[in-house]
Write a protein that binds this ligand. Structure first.
Ligand SMILES: C[S@@+](CC[C@H](N)C(=O)[O-])C[C@H]1O[C@@H](n2cnc3c(N)ncnc32)[C@H](O)[C@@H]1O
Length: 257
């Protein structure tokens, strides 16, 4: 696949304009992702941001359940659908390969922002840790989960994962290198540290409401579906290298599974 196929005109000026546009698009998509990621931390931990997982007027339970399930389903369909190799091939047939990842990141972020905005609180308490020390420990574990997520993205290439490397390489007039399979740091212990970080971040809260529990349970179930689909693609891409890695290294918890 050649990055020169995405420019309609061979003129260097038009090509420069198209590459600049792709770069700007990728940069905006990355900034929106970053804002969404930071907002997600506030949304789940209920710190700083105006609208959290538990704030707002409560609708009836069936209405809240329906809206929240629809919002999470929209995210799951976009996130899993667009991540598949088949969709990526389709995308590069009609659009520029350089902005495929940025488009994926942008749409995922926009759906998440919609979810944060429209999320219906379900305030009934499931558990509430009242001892301050224990509550602080649980909160700190939750924040550690977010740190694991962010740290792990840098282990397998943060800027490539969120599309910036692709648009910068394209802007420089070079071909983006194919994605490399890497197992640095935490990836030597488990295959999915980013997903483990999310699970820790979503569950480790001192006050668990029904709404938060719904969010944690559905996203955790979705993570297992995502792992199945992602590993199928990784086996197709890297063959025996990934199969051996899967035999050697646990999915989420070393020594357990
Ligand atoms: C959101 S990341 C999640 C990565 C991993 N499942 C985790 O939880 O840490 C998904 C992207 O990472 C890529 N990926 C997963 N494992 C990888 C590895 N060991 N090296 C490089 N890329 C990987 C997948 O192909 C996919 O594009």
């Amino acid at each position: 696949m050649s990055i020169t196929t995405d420019t309609a005109s061979p003129s260097p000026l038009a090509s420069f304009a198209a590459r600049s546009l792709a770069l700007g698009y990728g940069a905006v998509a990355y900034l929106i992702f970053l804002g969404t990621f930071l907002y997600a931390i506030g949304f789940v931990t209920r710190y700083v941001v105006p609208k959290t997982i538990d704030s707002g007027a409560a609708a009836s339970t069936p209405t809240a359940l329906l809206i929240n399930l629809l919002l999470m389903s929209a995210f799951a369909v976009q996130h899993s659908g667009m991540a598949r190799q088949g969709f990526k091939r389709l995308f590069v047939r009609f659009g520029s390969p350089a902005i495929e990842r940025s488009t994926y990141v942008l749409l995922a972020s926009l759906i998440l922002l919609l979810l944060f905005w429209q999320w219906q609180p379900m305030p009934r308490m499931v558990w509430n840790i009242e001892r301050p020390v224990l509550a602080n420990v649980v909160t700190a574990i939750g924040f550690a989960g977010w740190l694991i997520v962010l740290y792990s993205t840098f282990l397998i290439s943060h800027f490539e994962l969120f599309g910036l490397t692709q648009v910068v390489t394209h802007f420089a007039g070079r071909m983006a290198a194919p994605m490399k399979f890497k197992t640095p740091g935490l990836y030597r212990l488990i295959r999915h540290p980013i997903y483990l970080g999310f699970i820790i971040a979503f569950w480790s809260t001192p006050s668990m409401t029904v709404g938060h529990l719904l969010f944690a349970a559905v996203t955790t179930a979705y993570i297992f579906v995502g792992i199945y689909l992602e590993e199928r693609d990784l086996v197709a891409l890297f063959g025996d290298e990934y199969r051996k890695y899967r035999q050697r290294v646990a999915m989420l918890l070393p020594g357990l599974f």
